[in-house]
Design a binder for this molecule. Sequence first.
Ligand SMILES: CC(C)(COP(=O)(O)OP(=O)(O)OC[C@H]1O[C@@H](n2cnc3c(N)ncnc32)[C@H](O)[C@@H]1OP(=O)(O)O)[C@@H](O)C(=O)NCCC(=O)NCCS
Length: 187
Amino acid sequence: MLTMFDGIQNRLFAPMEYVVSIARTPWERHAYHRLRQQVFCNEQQIFMDDDYDEVDLTAIPIIATCYMAGMPDQIVGAVRIHESVPGIWHGSRLAVHAEHRKLGRIGAELIRMAVSTAHGLGARQFFAQVQEQNVLFFRRLHWKSLGVTTLHGLLHHDMEADLSRYPAHGRDQTWLLRPQPCPRQVA
Ligand SMILES: CC(C)(COP(=O)(O)OP(=O)(O)OC[C@H]1O[C@@H](n2cnc3c(N)ncnc32)[C@H](O)[C@@H]1OP(=O)(O)O)[C@@H](O)C(=O)NCCC(=O)NCCS
């Protein structure tokens, strides 16, 4: 009988700590933009060289930082939130570094931080335009689809978060994540 480990079994090394926070320092903000560039320009090729736009002028950047030996090592997650009109908030540019996906619920925790922070700042509704392959992911996190739209040539869903599932908070930093291997036995 073999013992397999689900999720992180193929990694030679898996970081054990992630912190989700608002990006404040120049290092954090620089790495936040670099991660977005890696994901949305290099990987998904939605933008040519830079995905920066006018929303960035007012958006609040949120990051997931991987910690090594208690010290911040690498920014591995990003999302931004902004208010378009009073009480109406939006999330966009959600990205997790390819090597850290489906590992510590980083994407889910970024969404939680994004919506709960906006809720704490007075959001009455929170929306995002979600790529089709991620609609199920958002549905599981208590979002509903409002309809289909095309954005940057790709199919997206306009989605809205159920704010009752995202209690308002004004914390700067949350959730130290510790992904653990889940033993799974195979014959
Ligand atoms: C989408 C994305 C942010 C998800 O981040 P992630 O850190 O891998 O997600 P999590 O680990 O928090 O996933 C939480 C759960 O949802 C599942 N999940 C992750 N992505 C999913 C998807 N696209 N569809 C369905 N389920 C998904 C995970 O398996 C996990 O399930 P579990 O709780 O049963 O273990 C990441 O894949 C990514 O950055 N993709 C490229 C950029 C992108 O598509 N951005 C979003 C634009 S709308």
